[in-house]
Design a protein around this ligand. Structure first.
Ligand SMILES: O=P(O)(O)OC[C@H]1O[C@H](OP(=O)(O)OP(=O)(O)O)[C@H](O)[C@@H]1O
Length: 502
């Protein structure tokens, strides 16, 4: 399909079928900052690459613009009940519950992976902040010195040319200027500066015609003038009577308001049921009510979630993975149905794949981790540690168990500064562990603290970790640690897909 001028209407029929490969520019044009050898996919969000791989452990590489920077994400088949597995299999699709899955912008990758698990799960968009998937780019043809404005479809991984002009090949065009100013409120993707530049778009030279500032040109379109979010649910009538879920990410206080607004709005659209999937419940770490006046913000957040309206089908289900403290389960009131899931089955399956799977011991860095996880890991030899926090310091010592000669995997719910894991690693290495790895469900890593973790490169555990497994509950971290040993991402996708069938 060819469209010669910008402003082309997007055709969903086209999007469901087309696959386009862009070819590199000729060598003399390579100084231009635009993606070469870019895998462009106008189809259903990369789902096919995952579909083929549901039946076994796989390591799937998500291509970047240059094709050299894969995200190391591991996907495994659903681990939940037979009922769910049966419902998910294509043969039983008729029995599977059809679910419309909305998602927060930063959860787009995980949402795609979830949808790839089952034809019963259909992705739906939210108009985030007036953004759209359209980016206008002006290109200059060297041969004819004409300027063309083309519309590009923005996807998280792919920047696809919607049209190159009749009878023209991509190589005829050289990007001259990218105009980020015209985003249309049509779709659900949140393009960011880094997203654009990762596709070779020179964002720094993209000027808004109104303010002539690149940064403000995005800001103009991101929010209302007063800074509050501009949201809408397209085709709200179309979800009446459907089972609806929203995949949320409360990665910072600033994004909670907009996602709560969506979570409060969806159940009132005459839907059959509503499920909020919040893989990481972010508050609660290191919260202590030691002095009168200390505030437990985990309770505040639980109250917000407890006030999600009921839908026609009844109370909202709230799915959370490995919530920090056991008592937080009871912070929710009876208006909602909290469903607490765990990433540990993913870890157990991964451990089975290791060549030294018969030499694994599990270490818990503190009592909290032991209480939370020991029942799920009871078939492994265990090492139980005690941890004391002294300001920024974490002091860890072994209380029980012997790491000598073992590949020890430290298991905890989350990592922040990394202090707990690093101190635990040191003490295990001192006591003779041959290898040390770590697993946490939630890789929070504020201030890029993941950089503190080195890879042992096959050497001693004093030098670093053999593996550091996290899940994709914190999507911003996944982007940062991609393709960086010792990190490996165990995707929650199959587990969430199965949970949506409850
Ligand atoms: O990476 P870090 O900055 O060391 O933080 C991570 C640690 O913090 C949390 O526990 P916490 O110390 O709050 O203990 P608790 O289980 O007693 O609340 C969490 O369970 C980790 O153990």
């Amino acid at each position: 399909m060819v469209n010669e001028e910008y402003g082309a209407k997007h055709s969903s029929a086209l999007l469901s079928t087309a696959n386009i490969m862009l070819h590199p520019f000729p060598p003399d044009q390579r100084n231009h900052r635009f993606p070469t050898n870019l895998n462009c996919q106008l189809s259903d969000n990369g789902a096919h690459s995952y579909n083929q791989q549901q039946k076994q452990w796989t390591v799937d590489c998500v291509s970047s613009a240059d094709g050299n920077d894969p995200i190391h994400i591991i996907i495994k088949p659903p681990v939940n009940s037979t009922v769910n597995s049966l419902a998910m299999s294509s043969g039983n699709l008729k029995n599977a519950k059809k679910v419309c899955l909305f998602y927060a912008a930063e959860m787009e990758e995980l949402a795609k992976r979830i949808a790839a698990q089952s034809d019963a799960i259909e992705l739906r968009g939210i108009n985030w902040r007036g953004l759209s998937r359209w980016l206008e780019v002006e290109l200059r043809s060297d041969s004819k010195f004409t300027v063309r404005r083309l519309s590009f479809l923005i996807d998280d991984k792919f920047l696809a040319p919607f049209a190159l002009g009749r009878n023209r090949s991509w190589n005829d065009w050289i990007p001259r200027k990218v105009n980020v100013a015209v985003w249309r409120a049509a779709n659900n993707h949140l393009p960011t500066m880094s997203c654009l530049s990762s596709h070779g778009v020179d964002v720094s030279s993209s000027m808004c015609p109104l303010c002539e500032s690149a940064q403000e040109s995005l800001e103009h379109t991101l929010k209302f003038e007063d800074g509050f979010p501009n949201l809408s649910i397209p085709n709200a009538h179309g979800i009446r009577g459907e089972h609806v879920a929203f995949l949320a990410s409360f990665s910072s206080p600033g994004v909670i308001f907009e996602q709560l607004s969506i979570s409060y709005a969806l159940p009132k659209l005459f839907i059959s049921s509503f499920t909020l999937v919040l893989p990481f419940f972010p508050t609660g770490t290191s919260e202590r009510m030691e002095d009168e006046g200390d505030i437990a913000t985990a309770f505040t957040l639980a109250r917000f979630l407890s006030n999600i309206p009921i839908s026609r089908g009844g109370p909202t289900s709230v799915v959370i993975y490995d919530i920090h403290a056991l008592q937080e389960r009871f912070y929710f009131d009876d208006n909602v149905l909290p469903c607490f899931e765990s990433g540990i089955p993913l870890l157990k399956s991964r451990l089975q794949q290791l060549p030294d799977s018969d030499n694994i011991s599990i270490a818990f860095p503190d009592d909290g981790a032991w209480k939370r996880f020991h029942k799920q890991l009871q078939h492994f030899p265990m090492i139980i540690c005690a941890k004391v926090r002294e300001g920024d310091q974490r002091i860890v010592r072994i209380k029980e168990g012997d790491p000598k000669g073992r590949h020890v995997v430290i298991v905890d719910d989350l990592v922040q500064s990394g202090g707990t894991l690093i101190e635990c690693q040191k003490v295990l290495a001192e006591h003779g562990a041959t290898k040390v790895s770590a697993y946490v469900t939630h890789g929070v890593f504020p201030k890029r603290s993941w950089e503190r973790f080195a890879h042992d490169k096959g050497g001693s555990p004093d030098n670093g970790l053999t593996y550091f497994w996290i899940t994709d509950s914190c999507p911003l971290t996944v982007k940062e640690v991609k393709n960086k040993p010792p990190f490996e991402v165990l995707s929650l996708a199959s587990s969430i897909a199965a949970t949506l069938q409850i």
